[in-house]
Design a protein around this ligand. Structure first.
Ligand SMILES: [Zn+2]
Length: 109
């Protein structure tokens, strides 16, 4: 679309999403390129909302620790398994050390 078309009072444009033919006022104009958006304002709003929702969902799920069996990458999965095993081992080691200390306190001889 040429810039001159924007000045036409009855110019219409077909939305690339909902396929409705709408007047140019129903489209946002890209401030950088001065070209009308390929999607109408309604669709753009819907798309922004969906993208925002997807993003916040994404960051929410990222906050949880990953489910190891659902990690697609094999090396990453192995790394996570090793990490988890190391954590468990460390936990047991500390617990054992604590129990031994308690035992020594109870039975000093
Ligand atoms: Zn649309």
């Amino acid at each position: 679309m040429k810039t001159s078309e924007l000045n036409q009072p009855n110019a219409v444009r077909c939305c690339g999403r909902c396929k409705r033919v709408l007047p140019l006022e129903e489209f946002y104009v890209n401030s950088r390129t001065q070209r009308p958006d390929p999607y109408c304002k309604d669709c753009r709003r819907t798309m922004n909302r969906e993208r925002h929702r997807a993003k916040s969902q994404e960051s929410k799920s990222r906050r949880r620790s990953p489910v190891i069996t659902q990690v697609a990458d094999r090396d990453e999965r192995l790394r996570l398994i090793r990490q988890a095993l190391a954590t468990v081992e460390e936990h047991h080691r500390r617990r054992l050390a604590r129990l031994r200390e308690q035992e020594e306190d109870l039975y000093p001889f």
